[in-house]
Ligand binder design. Structure first.
Ligand code: NAP
Length: 338
């Protein structure tokens, strides 16, 4: 059924307004009929997964939301070296990771406890603790609204980058239906060099298991990230900026503990560190509160509006620009902004 929807409850940030219409898709065969209906409205199309990385604004009168709820997790093939898992785009991401870790399939354990759906994982090329989902993707199945047909994209065709992909840079073009993952049976887990993980395992012997890595990541994330069901938020609000060598050197000489890491031929700096250095950690900016344990997370404990959010994010961006001469870029998707 296609009907108007209050988008506030579709985003874990709990900010939004009424969109023209929404349709839920639980099988690929429902896509073409739904799209022809949306075409007849002459509306913009927005494809929604779990809403954990999406913030809705006030300008949604001409937007139709397609919510992908295609279910299913199945082992599609196995060899001695590789397991293929086919997962419906509507599955909860962490249910898939749990399934794989319990079966001792290696590849996704560092991506435990990330909110959102399977279908959103390639869009954002989700990453955590030194692992990106692109490394475990074999194929992405989607409906291409430009070609008007179902397509299968191999990783080389997905234009994966740092928290980016062809799906992110072409909003509304692809409706992801299934993702096929390639995982390793009986491979050693990826114990990352990230300081929280190193600290967690400092007393462990050499035989860390895939499930132990998953437990570690869940425990670390629970300590540093607010649960959106208790405090509305969308996780990391900004991307970690990529900076040149000279800027990296200057910041490192003033702030020796700054989290700066090589990234391709440049450097990546933690956005949370920059925001913290500007004095925002734990601070309220109107109704938006910068999370006290992680300055990269903006929270909405008091029912903020999109204007409240924009005021806060402009204040943060301006402060970081004037102190470090670095422009922060949003990692979250902002939809329907006037
Ligand atoms: P952190 O340890 O405080 O470090 C700050 C940033 O520095 C991280 O974002 C990370 O970049 C980078 N970093 C740290 N150690 C690194 C290393 N050994 N090698 C390369 N880069 C390193 O970070 P945090 O905020 O607690 O986050 C830990 C991990 O969880 C990160 O990978 C982060 O992306 C992920 N995370 C994701 C979300 C989300 O909503 N998507 C939310 C929270 C945390 P990278 O981000 O590139 O890894």
């Amino acid at each position: 059924m296609i009907c108007p929807v209050d988008t506030k409850n579709l985003s874990t940030m709990k900010i939004g307004s009424t969109a023209h219409s929404m349709v839920c898709i639980s099988h690929p065969s429902q896509i073409e009929p739904a799209l022809s209906k949306i075409d007849s409205f002459n509306n913009k199309l927005f494809v929604l997964g779990g809403g954990s990385n999406t913030i809705f604004g006030d300008n949604l009168e001409n937007t139709s939301i397609v919510k992908i709820e295609i279910p299913g997790i199945e082992i599609s093939s196995t060899t001695h070296q590789e397991i293929s898992i086919k997962a419906g785009a509507g599955e909860v991401w962490d249910d898939l990771v749990k399934f794989c870790c319990e079966k001792n399939f290696q590849g996704l354990e560092n991506l435990s406890y990330i909110p959102g759906t399977v279908g959103a994982s390639p869009v954002q090329n989700i990453g955590a603790y030194g692992v990106e989902v692109k490394d475990s993707i074999e194929e992405v199945h989607a409906y291409d609204t430009q070609l008007h047909s179902f397509v299968t994209l191999r990783p080389a065709e997905c234009d994966f980058g740092y928290r980016s992909s062809i799906f992110k840079s072409n909003p509304g073009r692809y409706l992801i239906t299934y993702v096929i993952f390639k995982l390793g049976p009986n491979r050693r887990p990826n114990v990352s060099s990230y300081k929280d993980v190193v600290e967690y395992f400092k007393d462990a012997d050499s035989g860390v298991t895939i499930s132990q890595v998953r437990d570690a990541i869940i425990s670390i994330r629970q300590k540093k990230l607010p649960n959106p069901e208790q405090i509305p938020n969308c996780g990391s609000f900004f991307k970690n900026p990529i900076i040149g060598e000279q800027t990296a050197k200057e910041i490192k000489s003033n702030y020796p503990s700054a989290p700066i890491f090589p990234y391709e031929d440049r450097f990546k700096i933690g956005a949370g560190f920059l925001i913290d250095q500007c004095g925002f950690k734990g601070k309220s900016i109107g109704k938006i509160v910068v999370y006290s344990k992680n300055a990269l997370v903006l929270t909405n404990p008091e029912g903020a509006t999109i204007n409240d959010l924009f005021t806060a994010l402009m204040e943060i961006k301006n402060a970081v620009r004037s102190k470090f001469n670095i422009d922060l870029e949003e990692e979250v998707n902002l939809i329907g902004i006037k």
